[in-house]
Every structure is written in structure tokens, then in C-alpha cells.
Design a protein around this ligand. Structure first.
Ligand code: S3P
Length: 172
């Protein structure tokens, strides 16, 4: 405990279902700093959901908006920024993040990720004939890239959001 003065924005990265948004909110509250979520900011600016943006304008368009939003959000020092699961895959985004932020990979195993995303219909990338297999392939492909993050924190089914936020805080 005590007063925290962040020198950099804490940027949460990792797969869909890892808990970036929930843990980011809790962490920001614990540290008494602002919280922002890149997906939410993109949705607000477009006045559409992520799924609608993917459907109408395509993924490449979404990725451009994502980079713009991340760039803009990192300009306001210093709080907690939760990103969408694909944000850290772009070299450009990783550069922006490393300049002004400290990246934290929230990792979870595939089983936990699937248990959290399977009932939701908000993730356009999982609208396939075999969403579990799609998630598995995304996970396998992305792990080596998420591993470039500055810090890694492991999610477990038995950890509460507050516990996870505490683990991130301890890692900083
Ligand atoms: C994506 C993850 C989503 C959202 C979009 C694409 C991805 O964010 O940005 O559907 O590529 O993994 P969450 O990680 O918050 O689900």
C-alpha cells in the first residue's frame, strides 16, 4: 500500500478472455489512477460495436483505428490501459507501447480462456464453424509475441479479479 506514482502507463496485453479489462479496472482503482480500454474507446469514437466495425469496415480498418487510439491514449500519462487481444501483435503498436508504457502480458491457459469466451458473441474473430479451434490457433500463434511484453502475470481460475490486480501491482 501507499501512494503510487506511475512513471509509465501500465498496458495490459494478452488473449481474449485473459481478463485485461476487468483486471485493468481493478488495478487502476487500487492504484488510484485513470483506466482506459482501447476497444471501448474505438467503439465510442465509431459509435459502433467492435463486431459491427469488423463486419462493416473489416479487420484492417479496425487495426488502424486501434493503433490511432493506442497512440492517443498513451499520450495521457499515466494510468492503466487495457488493449484488445490483437493490439500487441503489430510491431508499430509494440513500439508505441514500449516508448510510453510498461507492457504486462496477462496469460491464461487455453481452457480458462475458452471457458470465458465461449458464451459470448462479442468477438468477431471467433465467429467461425469451430471457435475453440480458432481460439487455439490464435493462442499458439500469439504466445511468442505476447512473450515480448516487459512483464508476465499468470491468470488462474481460482484467482479473483482483485487478486490478479494485486499480482500485476506486485510485478511492477
Ligand atoms: C481481438 C480481441 C478483442 C477485440 C477484437 C479483436 C483479437 O479484444 O479487440 O475482437 O484480435 O484478439 P479482447 O481481447 O478484449 O476480447
Amino acid at each position: 500500500t501507499g501512494t503510487w506514482k506511475l512513471k509509465k502507463t501500465v498496458v495490459l496485453v494478452g488473449m481474449m478472455g485473459a481478463g485485461k479489462t476487468a483486471v485493468g479496472k481493478a488495478l487502476a482503482a487500487q492504484l488510484a489512477v485513470p483506466f482506459v480500454d482501447s476497444d471501448t474507446e474505438i467503439e465510442k469514437a465509431a459509435n459502433m460495436t467492435i463486431a459491427e466495425i469488423f463486419q462493416r469496415d473489416g479487420e484492417a480498418f479496425f487495426r488502424d483505428r486501434e493503433t490511432e487510439v493506442i497512440d492517443r491514449l498513451l499520450d495521457t500519462c499515466c494510468g492503466v490501459l487495457s488493449t484488445g487481444g490483437g493490439a500487441f501483435l503489430s510491431e508499430r503498436n509494440r513500439q508505441l507501447i514500449s516508448k510510453k508504457g510498461v507492457s504486462v502480458w496477462l496469460n491464461a491457459d487455453l481452457k480458462l480462456l475458452w471457458s470465458r469466451v465461449k458464451h459470448k458473441n462479442t468477438r468477431p474473430l471467433l465467429r467461425t464453424s469451430n471457435p475453440f479451434e480458432t481460439l487455439r490457433v490464435l493462442y499458439e500463434d500469439r504466445v511468442p509475441i505476447y512473450a515480448k511484453a516487459d512483464l508476465k502475470v499468470e491468470a488462474k481460475p481460482e484467482y479473483s479479479i482483485e487478486t490478479m490486480a494485486g499480482h500485476v501491482r506486485d510485478a511492477l
